[in-house]
Write a protein that binds this ligand. Sequence first.
Ligand code: HEM
Length: 133
Amino acid sequence: MDIQNLAYAIAQIFHNFGAVTVVGGAVFALLWRATDVQCRLARLVLAGWLVQVMSGAAFGAISYYYYAKFPDIFGIAVVALVVKVVCAALGILLIAWQLLAQTSESSRRYSWIALCFMGVLALISAAVLRWFS
Ligand code: HEM
């Protein structure tokens, strides 16, 4: 078995489930308003964003381990990757703020809408990154 492919596949499994969690969790939170549910979803979505950062970094680390350099990506692919990283950073900040600051119901709702938007934008960027790299 090719260990390198196995490593990529494992990182991809985490990355795919992380993507489902950040987008699905935010959509559920918009539909399901009970405070205890919102709180659990916020923790789940925070974990999802952290998994995205770690598994995203793992793709780079695996390439570096095997080729002693990061993948050559240019132009649109770089923009797509930067968009994903910015979405992840904002997503983590926003959900951490929601958890720590005991926000009102209306600001929580706006923050879930923003989190949905960032998840969807990151998914769109993933497709662009995939096919322009
Ligand atoms: C720090 C943040 C992130 C980094 C560094 C990162 C990095 C990467 C890398 C290197 C790939 C492989 C690209 C390829 O196959 O050419 C990838 C794939 C992917 N990423 Fe991310 N990512 C991040 C965040 C996200 C987020 C937030 C989402 C979704 C909400 C996401 C969804 C995906 C998906 C669905 C793929 C598979 C695309 C495909 O093969 O068609 N990523 N990511």
